[in-house]
Design a protein around this ligand. Structure first.
Ligand SMILES: Cc1cc2nc3c(=O)[nH]c(=O)nc-3n(C[C@H](O)[C@H](O)[C@H](O)COP(=O)(O)OP(=O)(O)OC[C@H]3O[C@@H](n4cnc5c(N)ncnc54)[C@H](O)[C@@H]3O)c2cc1C
Length: 562
């Protein structure tokens, strides 16, 4: 049985950063990923990473922008830590080998991003996530004596010992279907977000909320789950992202009448208001008949000098050409708001600790909460690295003081029996893809940019029905080698659990704040709703709602305008 001081589930930026930090302290580390690490979804991150590194900028300004961007739901102690530690992290990355853009004077160059009062986004063209992930992976490979990599292993369940401490995980080797029990003194979840709960989404097929659901099922609290970000510039139909970097470089948003409509919604920041504001403005234009017949508005990148576009935004030039048949250097491209990011997740403190002893979380799976009601662009990569590192350090320190836990071997046979039961299913049931499609379309219809009680209630009914249908969904592949059919059935269960917590949170919060825009409860209501919604599982498989206070250090809530 593999045993490690620290077991990390997920090898995106958060997981790899946690692994390096834990190994640095001398701990033995195992890192598990259901895909090859450099295929983790962090590789898709495009526009950049925020830090107040320029002498004329300040971490306080970065922190205030983040607090304001969060619509005052972010915990200010955590935001202060993230913004204060950001400059050093950028330098660490640079020294590790990330080839950040440099300006004409040879210094690290920045671009503007939404909701920020200074241009503080560091970037590598529009492939920043790719650049970061590959450099971290090189560092990981240098430490093979301490870090064991389990690539293309799928975690099915988290394990607890008799005292309720997280004691490891059960994982399936995707290459041959073999199940293994992993023991660990500390476990860090770094499984990423849950974009596939929605359709369309900017997130890849692997982003199915596994970590959130697995933690929830063993009693971890989820927080701010109703806060789901819709990114303003996604292609219609397939949801592919056009990075905010385009607006940072000077692109405009236009409605079908050719009006630069952001002048009406955010006269100061225009296209670079925060994402919730821009997405609502676009959806309002579309709903009120000023969009194009395909339900979109336009992003005009021709405002950016062509040479600069070809240098700094070359990936979205390719995306425009390959996925929309548009040369964005010569004509506007149709876009609309699309599902993008989970502000909510497994509730942690600033060291990644959850309420389950021995269980940590970092990255998009977690909610520290630094993003509150709305994440600022380029703050997520920062979150993965700062809190990935902190979780790695704390988990390693924790491991020094505890004995290797023991877990009953029967857990392995329970999971094996569950997987065999999935493989024995009749093939006549509804297809997994059909259930997933209904789930995604439901969430996109009723739990998107604008929400109300009737739509959310409907969504909840549908999710409950799909939860009943899912255990009978048809499976065709009965083999053991790369059986994605079985994995798809397990992931569907995770997605349905996560969807229910999102809808329950959205039904509960009766106000407008950040991404939660309840048209039946206009206005932000600090008196009643300046608090987090925490969701945990009760014994009857029904999400249980409780509340926790928002930490305010120095910025009292104010009216939010851009
Ligand atoms: C198109 C796009 C562009 C973006 N651009 C930016 C940007 O420019 N700046 C920014 O700040 N943010 C950006 N983001 C957001 C940011 O990229 C993500 O929030 C962040 O990279 C998530 O990193 P992570 O380490 O938490 O998770 P991920 O990178 O998603 O990694 C998750 C890991 O968990 C593993 N895993 C999951 N489930 C299991 C399981 N059951 N068993 C085993 N392993 C499992 C996966 O294999 C993977 O290794 C963007 C997001 C998208 C979708």
């Amino acid at each position: 049985m593999p045993s490690h001081d620290v077991l990390i589930i997920g090898a995106g930026l958060a997981g790899q950063r946690a692994a390096l930090a834990a190994a640095q302290t001398g701990a033995t580390v195992g890192i598990v990923s259901k895909v090859h690490p450099v295929r983790s979804h962090s590789v898709a991150a495009a526009g950049g990473i925020n830090a107040a590194l320029n002498p004329e900028d300040s971490w306080e300004s970065h922190a205030f922008d983040t607090v304001k961007g969060s619509d005052y739901l972010g915990d200010q102690d955590a935001i202060e830590i993230m913004c204060r530690e950001a400059p050093e992290e950028i330098l660490w990355l640079e020294h590790a080998g990330v080839t950040f853009h440099r300006n004409e004077s040879g210094h690290l160059g920045t671009r503007a991003f939404g909701g920020a009062s200074a241009a503080r986004t560091y970037y590598v063209a529009d492939i920043t996530g790719h650049a970061l992930l590959h450099v971290l992976y090189e560092q990981l490979m240098k430490r093979t004596e301490q870090i064991d990599r389990y690539e293309e292993w799928f975690t099915t369940d988290l394990l607890q010992d008799d005292e309720g401490r997280c004691a490891g995980a059960i994982c399936r080797d995707l290459r041959d279907g073999q199940l293994e029990m992993f023991n660990a003194k500390s476990v860090i979840l770094a499984c990423g977000g849950a974009g596939q709960v929605y359709e369309p989404t900017t997130n890849g097929l692997i982003v199915t909320g596994d970590g959130m659901a697995q933690a929830f099922r063993i009693g971890a609290r989820l927080q701010d789950m109703e806060m789901v970000q819709y990114h303003p510039t996604c292609l219609a139909g397939n949801g592919i992202l056009i990075t905010e970097g385009a607006r940072g470089e000077g692109a405009w948003l236009l409605n079908a009448k050719g009006e630069r409509f952001m002048e009406r919604y955010a006269p100061n920041k225009l296209e670079l208001a925060s994402r919730d504001v821009v997405s609502r403005a676009e959806q309002t234009e579309i709903n009120q008949g000023r969009g194009f017949p395909d339900g979109t508005v336009a992003l005009d990148v021709t405002r950016v000098p062509r040479r600069r576009t070809l240098e700094a935004l070359r990936e979205i030039v390719n995306i425009g050409r390959d996925f929309a048949g548009v040369d964005i250097t010569r004509e506007p491209i149709h876009i609309r708001p699309g599902n993008h990011y989970m502000m909510g997740g497994v509730k942690t403190d600033v060291d990644g600790q959850t309420n389950v002893p021995g269980l940590y979380a970092a990255g998009e799976v977690a909610c520290v909460s630094v993003h509150g009601g709305n994440r600022l662009g380029a703050n997520s990569l920062l979150d993965t690295l700062i809190f990935g590192r902190r979780a790695g350090e704390h988990a390693a320190a924790h491991a020094k003081h505890v004995k290797m836990p023991s877990t009953p071997g029967s857990r392995l046979s329970d999971v094996e029996a569950r997987i065999q039961a999935i493989m024995r299913r009749e093939s006549g049931g509804r297809r997994i893809g059909a259930i997933k499609h209904e789930l995604g379309a439901t969430m996109n219809r009723h739990c998107a940019v604008f929400r109300d009680e009737a739509g959310l209630t409907k969504a909840h009914e549908i999710v409950r029905r799909l939860k009943e249908e899912a255990p009978n969904a048809a499976v065709d592949d009965r083999g053991s080698v790369f059986n994605q059919d079985v994995i798809g059935a397990i992931e569907l269960g995770y997605m349905l659990d996560v969807a229910e917590t999102i809808v329950v949170g959205a039904l509960e919060r009766r106000e407008c704040r950040g991404a939660q825009w309840r048209i039946d409860y206009p206005g932000r209501n600090d008196e009643e709703w300046l608090k987090h919604i925490d969701i945990s599982m009760n014994s009857a498989d029904v999400p249980l709602v409780s509340f926790s206070p928002v930490t305010i250090t120095r910025w009292q809530p104010e009216e939010r305008t851009y």
